[in-house]
Design a protein around this ligand. Structure first.
Ligand code: PHB
Length: 390
């Protein structure tokens, strides 16, 4: 059979039937699937920049094996993610899939990871249930309940009596709404209304007018990375701050990538999250400096740090297997991983394959003329609370 016949036969046989043995001189390929175009392109830009920085700093050889990164754009469309993941597995014979900028994109690829026994490192998407969709998934981003629960408890203890929640109407938004409502209510707070807004091109104006009419002490918000500016603009135009309504949320709304451009309206916003570019540690100072230097001053956000740590997780796993890219061995090694991230100490929970990390309380302040999420407190080593419950 010539090469073409073999390729066609392989495609027909499907991914699971493919020989996965690699020769020692073959490169270990990582297929990185990201939204490089479309409304969530900032996630792709951040993750790509961070992955390339990690490789520039740590070399492109691990345990004697050359590493090859193959970047593909799915435009944020789940059907594309699925098609690309299939091609990367079958044609390119990648040993690891990584990326996944949004929850539906991670869902689309999960069955392929299981079928082909290829580890899938989720560096961005953050709905709790994602890691349960395949035993080959490990995650370096966060989960919405992980970031939300500490805020709900903080709000109840800090004079916020009533809240209206406003979330994007899909997996992570529903996770955030459920976690906030459950914990805030249990701690004695009142949730006056739960509002869900469309994910794509949301017009927040009518919803924020509704919030203004309800006069809660605060509005809790979750919108995915990149959408926060549109929310802030409407928050300002509807005069919510003047009406005495505080803004709280997960750190997705005050995303470091776009925070400084939001202007004074963002000042005083209280959020909880796993990463701030202003995190005060030597590891983070070095990361931010190198990232900005390599990317024309672009400030890293939590998506960037997810991508950086995703590469770190893959490198650590390959070191542990002595360069063996076998999927079962790699995912087992990933479950033992533990390191110091720019965000602080992190580990992969061997039971859930989710990341265990500190969740920080932050307030938007002006530092040397620029807006930052300045951390003022933290809860240490937080696991995904949804999976802790079962
Ligand atoms: C997601 O789709 O899972 C997602 C995207 C952006 C975020 C958080 C979660 O900021």
């Amino acid at each position: 059979m010539n090469r073409r016949t073999v390729l066609v036969a392989s495609l027909l046989a499907g991914a699971a039937a493919l020989p996965t043995t690699l020769r020692a001189e073959d490169a270990v390929k990582i297929g990185l699937i990201l939204p490089m175009t479309g409304p969530f392109a900032s996630t792709g830009r951040q993750v790509e920049a961070a992955a390339r920085l990690f490789m520039a700093q740590n070399g492109d050889t691990v345990a004697g094996r050359k590493i090859e990164l193959i970047l593909k754009d799915d435009g944020g469309v789940a059907d594309q993610t699925k098609r690309i993941a299939q091609e990367l597995i079958v044609n390119d014979k990648v040993s690891v899939l990584a990326g996944f900028g949004l929850t539906p994109l991670a869902f689309a690829a999960a069955p392929l990871a299981t079928q082909a026994k290829v580890p899938m490192v989720v560096v961005a998407a953050a709905t709790s249930v994602i890691t349960e969709r395949s035993p080959y998934i490990a995650r370096t981003s966060f989960t919405l309940p992980q970031a939300t629960v500490p805020l709900a408890e903080w709000a109840a203890k800090n004079g916020i009596e009533s809240v209206v929640t406003v979330v994007s109407d899909y997996g992570p938004g529903v996770d955030a709404e459920t976690a906030f409502t459950t914990r805030f209510t249990a701690a004695g707070g009142k949730v006056l209304e739960t509002i869900r807004v469309p994910v794509a091109n949301p017009d927040f104006a009518p919803f924020l007018q509704r919030v203004r009419d309800l006069k809660p002490s605060a509005v809790f918000v979750f919108v995915p990375s990149g959408i926060g500016s549109a929310f802030m603009k409407q928050f300002k135009e509807r005069g919510l701050a003047e009406a005495g309504i505080k803004l709280i949320g997960t750190g997705d709304v005050t995303d470091d990538d776009i925070l400084d451009a939001m202007g004074d309206v963002a000042l005083g916003t209280i959020t909880t999250h796993h990463y701030s570019a202003a995190h005060d540690s030597p590891e983070n100072k070095a990361f931010v400096e190198a990232f900005e230097a390599a990317n024309k001053g672009m400030r890293p956000n939590f998506m960037g740090v997810g991508g950086y740590d995703g590469m770190r997780l893959i490198y650590e796993a390959l070191k542990a297997t002595g360069g063996d890219p076998d999927g079962d061995k790699l995912i087992e090694a990933m479950k033992q991983a533990k390191w110091t991230s720019p965000r602080g100490p992190v580990a992969i929970d061997p039971r859930t394959r989710d990341i265990v990390q500190n969740i920080y309380f932050r307030e938007v302040e002006r530092v040397d003329g620029q807006l930052y999420n300045v951390e003022f407190d933290a809860v240490e080593a937080v696991k995904d609370p949804v999976k802790e419950a079962h």
